[in-house]
Ligand binder design. Structure first.
Ligand SMILES: Nc1nc2c(c(=O)[nH]1)N(C=O)[C@@H](CNc1ccc(C(=O)N[C@@H](CCC(=O)O)C(=O)O)cc1)CN2
Ligand SMILES: Nc1nc2c(ncn2[C@@H]2O[C@H](COP(=O)(O)OP(=O)(O)OP(=O)(O)O)[C@@H](O)[C@H]2O)c(=O)[nH]1
Ligand SMILES: [Mg+2]
Length: 436
């Protein structure tokens, strides 16, 4: 990488401070030309920043990160300027005047960090997710990924595959040498079987990751007039849905996004469920049922104890909610409802929110190494599949089994972007004393 790149790394102007980053071999020269002697590595120094003509552009903090101990792995620099539009424009213009410099493309700093081996693909994706994160859970998930929590797991798996392949290679190539243990199968296949299980278990976390990324889907359902739209409005604290005393008011699905316990919660109001000849209402009910199929949680509402659809009560995603508690408290005594609410008095709404929070994924600290992207899930499934094929190919011989393990490792390599061509023989020689 011979070009040196620069970019304004902070957001909209004007701002309190604006940071311009540089990366590449000309960094030290450019910093010296514009701001005098280089500061000590990775220490901020207050400097007058000047145009090459000597004209003063700003007074700001200057940092120098000599490679490879920098974000990109190359020499990096930073200019922390006053965040005025003209200040930033003047400095960017000056940088653009150096023949060795050019403006960075989107993502180019991270791309260089990847090429220099500072970040793998999963970490780069985590970094992108971190910048996009809007909820606390999204931040925690992305932060875990960007900091290498997932990569560490995948590297551990890749190492085990390398080890297994090395053992097989040793048996195939050096079977007549004394120091090579006779049967590799005894030693590596149990580990490969447990690797397969670990990957499957890891993949099960994809559902939680999807909830963190895309939101927890709650569908409000129940008989017409039960108070569904009133509940949507109460939880959203806005008059979003039309509420009338006419049964069959809601037809289209209405959606609001709430933030609950650090999760995005997508709340859907649906048409009341009943038999009807009205074509428009029937279409609304069809949409309600399809929304319920996709739901993570269903709030099933009824304004009297007999109003709950018994079939739906068996669905484990259902929370039975009795409504209009202000009208007749005695009505609800010993009913099947888990929560009783009144949107008119506000009673029970906190208890309902708590009941919802109890059903959100419960994440232990450190349990955030979840495969969050489709890309991760596809490659992990391929990897686990090849491991299984490797195990199943036992009757066909070690050669074939080894090939399946190679494919499994290749899938992991594509996942992290690190197709480490670790020499199998290196592993073999470091573990045995062949030839002594
Ligand atoms: N001013 C500023 N703030 C920032 C960044 C930045 O580039 N500049 N970051 C940009 O994303 C994030 C911090 N990430 C960074 C990651 C690695 C290194 C770095 O210099 N790494 C070296 C040395 C590590 C060490 O000292 O232990 C290395 O990995 O070798 C710097 C920032 C968030 N805040
Ligand atoms: N007393 C009382 N009335 C309520 C309460 N919640 C809703 N209602 C009334 O019940 C009627 C129906 O309310 P909606 O929220 O439109 O009911 P819905 O379930 O959305 O009805 P559909 O869209 O027709 O399926 C309206 O007249 C509301 O004012 C409540 O907590 N207490
Ligand atoms: Mg309604």
């Amino acid at each position: 990488m011979h070009e040196t790149i620069f970019a304004l790394s902070t957001g909209g102007l004007p701002s309190g401070v604006a940071v311009i980053r540089l990366s590449g071999p000309a960094t030290a020269h450019v910093l010296t030309a514009m701001a005098g002697p280089l500061p000590r590595p990775r220490r901020a120094a207050l400097r007058t920043i000047r145009h090459l003509s000597g004209e003063r552009l700003d007074q700001g903090l200057v940092l120098f990160f000599p490679g490879p101990a920098s974000f990109t792995g190359e020499d990096c620099g930073e200019l922390h300027l006053h965040g005025g539009r003209a200040v930033v424009t003047a400095v960017l213009d000056c940088l653009g005047g150096f023949a060795t410099l050019r403006a960075a493309d989107a993502g180019e700093f991270s791309r260089r960090a990847f090429s220099q081996g500072k970040l793998d693909l999963v970490e780069v994706e985590g970094l992108a997710d971190l910048l996009a994160a809007e909820t606390e859970m999204q931040r925690r998930l992305a932060s875990e990924h960007a900091a290498g929590g997932l990569s560490e797991i995948y590297q551990g798996w890749a190492r085990r595959l390398t080890h297994a392949r090395a053992m097989i290679e040793a048996e195939l190539d050096f079977a007549d040498e004394e120091d090579v243990p006779g049967s590799v199968a005894d030693r590596i296949w149990p580990d490969m079987a447990s690797l397969g299980l670990e990957i499957d278990h890891h993949l099960a976390g994809a559902a939680t990751a999807a909830i963190i990324r895309d939101g927890f889907r709650i569908v409000i359902a129940g008989a017409p007039n039960a108070g569904k739209s009133s509940l949507l409005n109460a939880l959203a604290k806005r008059e979003i849905a039309i509420v009338t005393e006419i049964a069959g008011t809601t037809r289209d699905i209405l959606e609001v996004d709430l933030s609950l316990a650090g999760f995005i919660v997508k709340l859907f109001d649906t048409a009341g469920l009943r038999e009807t000849e009205d074509r428009v209402e029937r279409e609304g009910i069809r949409r309600a049922r399809s929304a319920m199929e996709e739901a993570d949680l269903i709030l099933l509402l009824a304004d009297h104890p007999q109003g709950f659809d018994q079939e739906l009560m068996h669905d484990e995603r259902v929370v039975a909610v009795g409504t209009k508690l202000d009208q007749d408290t005695a009505l609800w005594d010993r009913s099947a409802a888990e929560v009783l609410i009144s949107t008119r008095s506000g009673e029970g709404l906190d208890a309902l929110i708590q009941a919802i929070e109890r059903r959100l994924p419960q994440l232990q600290p450190g349990a955030l190494a979840l495969p969050s992207r489709r890309r991760h899930q596809d490659l992990l499934r391929q990897c686990a599949g090849h491991v299984q094929d490797g195990l199943a190919a036992a009757p066909l011989g070690l050669d074939l089994q080894a090939e399946h393990l190679r494919l499994a490792q290749e899938a992991l390599g594509r996942l992290t972007g690190r197709i480490d061509v670790e020499n199998l023989l290196d592993v073999i020689f470091s573990e045995f004393c062949i030839g002594k």
